[in-house]
Design a protein around this ligand. Structure first.
Ligand code: ADP
Length: 258
């Protein structure tokens, strides 16, 4: 009887711990949702006046006012615009956790991202090679969100690669997963920075990386999207030796079979 009483005591204790954990989890979820709403509201509020400011800067540019202050205004307004857009994207990923999954052709998505980034690559003197498969490679997910991840990964590869370097985009699949691999010959990422890549607002401590425009949100957003899809992002990089980022998503063939 004493043994049974002790066992019952342990069970009650475990149940209490479980209940407290559940409460904590639901409170954390609620806080997370609140954080997302706050970020979304603030970004929307910032976006409206900024659109007006950019409009007026454009007027000055159209009138041929090329003063240094106008250039500085334009540069900083663009920076704010990028930051706000990233914050909005971040909040949106939080909101749309339960999106509809469809079959998405990764070849088409990668091609879209490469087209979009063509100008940036040309200006930066970076060559982008696409090993385009003849057949579609399908992943299960949301086309727009997968596009956002590819824009971020390919965009970073182009941005953090010096003129004369190249970026290679390859697509493949195995029975369970479909993947897009983005390899660059860029500045690379140190082991310490690699540990924080997916944290919000994290930018590498490397001065060369910091001299380039960025917000430290792109990879945090991409990571969230990949996880919400039941996938992941793998990173392999050596400081000064280039980087490889790989987006891995569920293969719809495996999803239906399971
Ligand atoms: P950012 O807006 O700063 O580019 P990201 O979240 O996309 O933000 O990336 C976080 C940091 O990771 C960047 O600031 C950069 O230092 C580093 N990084 C990301 N991709 C690469 C890459 N392909 N090569 C080198 N560094 C990279």
């Amino acid at each position: 009887i004493a043994e049974i009483a002790r066992e019952l005591g342990r069970m009650v204790q475990n149940a209490r711990v479980y209940e407290t954990e559940q409460l904590l989890v639901s409170e954390l979820r609620e806080l997370d949702r609140y954080k997302g709403e706050l970020i979304a509201t603030i970004s929307h509020e910032l976006k409206t006046p900024l659109t007006t400011i950019i409009g007026h800067i454009e007027l000055l540019e159209d009138e041929g006012v090329g003063a240094r202050s106008v250039l500085a205004l334009r540069r900083n307004a663009d920076r704010l615009d990028r930051l706000i857009q990233n914050l909005l994207d971040y909040a949106q990923v939080q909101e749309r956790r339960r999106f509809v999954r469809r079959e998405v052709d990764l070849v088409e998505r990668a091609e879209g991202a490469i087209d979009l980034l063509g100008q940036l690559a040309d200006t930066g003197g970076v060559r982008v090679d696409f090993e385009r498969p003849d057949e579609p490679v399908l992943a299960s997910g949301d086309a727009e969100e997968i596009g956002t991840v590819l824009n971020n990964l390919i965009g970073n590869a182009v941005k953090y690669t010096r003129p004369g370097g190249h970026v290679r985009v390859a697509i493949g699949a195995d029975p369970d997963w479909a993947h897009v691999t983005v390899t660059d010959t860029g500045i690379g990422i140190s082991a310490v920075d690699r540990g924080h890549l997916f944290s919000t607002f994290h930018r590498s401590s490397n001065p060369e990386a910091l001299s380039l425009p960025g917000t430290g949100l792109g990879l945090a957003i991409s990571h969230r999207i990949a996880e919400a899809h039941g996938g992941r992002i793998e990173v392999d990089s050596v400081l000064g030796g280039g980087s490889t980022f790989r987006l891995v998503l569920p293969n719809p063939a495996a999803a239906t079979a399971g």
